[in-house]
Design a protein around this ligand. Sequence first.
Ligand SMILES: C[S@@+](CC[C@H](N)C(=O)[O-])C[C@H]1O[C@@H](n2cnc3c(N)ncnc32)[C@H](O)[C@@H]1O
Length: 212
Amino acid sequence: MPTKTKLVDQFSKPAGLTGRIMLWRMNWHHSRLTDWGLSHVAIPAAGAILDIGCGGGRTISKLAAAAPQCKVFGVDYAETSVAASSKFNARTIRSGQVSIQQASVSQLPFAENTFDLVTAVETHFFWPNLTGDIREVLRVVKPGGTVILIAEMYRGMPVIPAERVERAAGAIGMNLLTADEHRAVLADAGFRNVQIIEKRDKGWICAFGTKL
Ligand SMILES: C[S@@+](CC[C@H](N)C(=O)[O-])C[C@H]1O[C@@H](n2cnc3c(N)ncnc32)[C@H](O)[C@@H]1O
């Protein structure tokens, strides 16, 4: 049985058998949240899409299916996540539509102005330097392209008393932002037309903006 500390770390950096099981569970648990978030942005008909913190790989497979003419990339800094995502997307990797590699959001292995859409589901609250990391995302988004952050909890969400959310989030290393802080972090990094959508009955949030 993993220790409590190890289990706690599995959310931010899955590893080993426990990590693989958690990634499998997250693929199913985050599916509706992901569909809801993605419904707020246009999926490009052609071009390139990047999913950051791709975890078990289900978001990549949704994007690849929704945009068959797009090349879809995934990155994750955890080796176990890269392996799980690669297995989940084996067919589209073989066909050349999908490419997945190990990398941190802080140093994305892509040229500037590469992506039409960048997605990040249930991951940005773990990033080590959110403002700097969002600037790194901005660097790789094409002018006219979009970033979307999607999360199933945020500070001030109406579903559970705030203190309980903050305690639980803090325990697994999450830096929860309020809705206004989501707006500010995207705007401060340089994204424009920033919009925040809250699904208040669930406590979900998505924040998206455009690079001009
Ligand atoms: C809670 S999981 C979510 C996985 C997937 N996006 C989903 O919705 O199921 C968070 C993922 O983000 C990754 N991650 C956390 N910090 C990261 C960073 N700084 N750079 C890249 N990936 C990161 C973790 O390794 C993990 O796979």
